[in-house]
Structure formats: structure tokens, C-alpha cells
Design a protein around this ligand. Structure first.
Ligand SMILES: Cc1cc2nc3c(=O)[nH]c(=O)nc-3n(C[C@H](O)[C@H](O)[C@H](O)COP(=O)(O)OP(=O)(O)OC[C@H]3O[C@@H](n4cnc5c(N)ncnc54)[C@H](O)[C@@H]3O)c2cc1C
Length: 262
């Protein structure tokens, strides 16, 4: 199928893009890499009268690094992260390792970290991994009001975020793990690059007194826990069938092992 007809805006700034979204309400949608929204338009699951492209906006581009965090613009693509074109996290370039296994190259070339978080697919890689890393979503609206929203509060459930009408995610801030921290991630897919059927991310950061576990691909809101026992208990009561639970337990075990916790 082809998309229903739509107009294409040409906002010159983040403020202008927010204003277009705020004044057009449900008739407008932001579009970043189009890798999730494009198929929805083609299938007419979304029929906005106006598309507001985010890729040309300077405020959503680039990356910064400080002693304690890196901040990636929402328009940074999976490919740029996989290719090491933006700052990464120790130990061992955590983000590049995640990005390299999202879909395949053509999707990674266009798909963005911000688009992935805003689409909030429960089986996507960034929501699960960045939640375990304690990332914060940075948003702005048409009045210029900015909010820093911890991902645990930003990601409300399957395809649901805390974004308000007219609000745009312009960046994500990811704290740097401390010395001696370990991170483990595992996703289970039938074929490489597919969406996961089970996934878990674990951060053990003794220097900062942090241990975080996130489990995705449950069909709903990410499961979060501070211990393996609590994660297993959450899995047992989240409504998955026994086969799915078994796959999730296996993914969790792998992630825990990689983080040195099993
Ligand atoms: C074949 C295929 C396989 C894939 N496999 C995987 C996979 O294995 N793992 C994985 O994680 N993902 C996968 N994806 C999804 C891919 O990562 C997408 O890039 C991502 O989900 C959406 O990013 P985007 O930039 O394309 O966003 P878009 O499709 O442009 O937008 C998605 C949604 O977010 C909104 N939006 C986008 N950016 C912003 C913003 N900055 N502020 C506010 N709202 C915004 C849009 O309005 C839209 O509702 C796959 C996609 C395809 C097509």
C-alpha cells in the first residue's frame, strides 16, 4: 500500500517543529529516520495530514561528552553509533556493540536513537539497554520548556511515552559507568538483526552503588529490577506464557553472566 496524502513541513528550528506539532495536534507527526513510521504510513496505520521532519534540525544532531556522561542528539543514527562516530561508554564501547546488532545496515543508516525511544517498541534495543544504563530523555516543547525525564518514567509501556503534545525529544543523556563497572546484554532472535523475542540488560556498577536490570520484549512495559531474584519474580508474574518465560530467563542468565553476576 501507499501512504495517504500528507504535507511535508520544513521547520528551521526545534522550536518551530514543536510549534507545528502543537498547533496541528493529532493531524501531525514528527518523522526522524522513518524506519518505524514509514511502514506505519504505508500500511495506513498512521494517516497524519502533516509530517514534520526532524533530521535537518541542528538541535537534535551531534554529541557531547563530559567527565560523567555522554549526551547523544536524538537524530544520531544507529550506524553512527555502531561506527564509533560519537562518544561511547566504557567498558569496551557498550553502545557500539548494541547498535551493530539492530536490524541491518540500511535500517541502521536511517534509524535514530531518538526515534527508537519515542516509538517505544517493547522489543527494541535502545529502550531496554538505555534503561539499564540509567539514561535520561531530554525534551523541549513549543514554549521552550525543557524536561529531563529518566527513561524509567519516559517509557510508559508498549508504544507509549511521557511525551506531551508538541513535545520533541532532542537528546538522551547517558551516565558513564564508574571504574570497575560491568555491563551485560543479551537478545534472543530467530535471525540476526530481527527484533528480539527475549532480551535483558544488566549494569553492575559497584563504584556508584548501582545494580540495574531491565528486561524487554515482554509485550508491555519494560521490567526493571535491582537483583536477579527480583527480575525472576517479575518475569514469573508478568503474564508471559511458559515458553516465553523460559526464553526470558535464558536471556537474563546470559546478560548476568556477561556482567559478571552469574
Ligand atoms: C526491518 C526493520 C527491522 C528492525 N529491527 C530492529 C531491531 O532489531 N531492533 C531495534 O531496536 N529496532 C529495530 N527496528 C526499528 C528501527 O530501530 C527504527 O529506526 C526505530 O525504531 C525508529 O527510529 P526512526 O528514527 O526511524 O523513527 P521514526 O520511524 O521516524 O519515528 C518513530 C516514532 O517516533 C516519533 N519520533 C521520532 N523521533 C522523535 C523525536 N526526536 N521526538 C519525538 N518524537 C519522535 C515519530 O513521530 C514516530 O511516532 C527495525 C526496523 C525495521 C524497518
Amino acid at each position: 500500500m501507499k501512504p495517504a496524502a500528507f504535507d511535508l513541513a520544513r521547520p528551521a528550528s526545534l522550536a518551530e517543529a514543536c510549534a507545528l506539532l502543537a498547533t496541528s495536534g493529532d493531524n501531525a507527526r514528527a518523522i526522524a529516520g522513518g524506519q518505524s513510521l514509514g511502514p506505519m504510513l504505508n500500511l495506513r496505520l498512521a494517516t497524519p495530514a502533516l509530517l514534520v521532519p526532524l533530521a535537518p534540525l541542528a538541535e537534535l544532531a551531534g554529541a557531547q561528552e563530559t567527565a560523567t556522561a555522554i549526551t547523544l542528539g536524538a537524530s544520531v543514527t544507529h550506524a553512527a553509533i555502531a561506527d564509533g562516530l560519537v562518544p561511547d561508554l566504557p567498558p569496551g564501547g557498550i553502545l557500539a556493540g548494541i547498535a551493530a546488532h539492530i536490524a541491518y545496515r540500511a535500517v541502521r543508516n536511517r534509524g535514530t536513537i531518538g526515534g527508537s525511544l519515542c516509538h517505544a517498541d517493547p522489543a527494541a534495543d535502545w529502550p531496554c539497554t538505555l534503561s539499564a544504563l540509567g539514561a535520561v530523555a531530554l525534551t523541549s516543547d513549543a514554549t521552550g520548556k525543557q524536561r529531563d525525564i529518566p527513561l524509567d518514567d519516559f517509557l510508559l509501556g508498549a508504544y507509549r511515552t511521557a511525551l506531551r503534545p508538541g513535545e520533541i525529544l532532542y537528546a538522551v543523556r547517558i551516565p558513564k559507568p564508574g571504574a570497575g563497572a560491568r555491563f551485560g546484554y543479551h537478545k534472543s532472535c530467530r535471525k540476526p538483526g530481527e527484533f528480539a523475542h527475549a532480551m535483558a540488560a544488566v549494569l553492575d556498577d559497584p563504584g556508584r552503588g548501582i545494580r540495574r536490570i531491565a528486561i524487554g520484549a515482554t509485550g508491555g512495559r519494560l521490567l526493571r529490577a535491582a537483583t536477579a531474584d527480583a527480575a525472576l519474580a517479575a518475569l514469573a508474574s508478568c503474564g508471559l506464557d511458559l515458553v516465553a518465560q523460559q526464553m526470558q530467563r535464558a536471556a537474563l542468565r546470559q546478560a548476568l553472566q556477561r556482567a559478571g553476576l552469574a
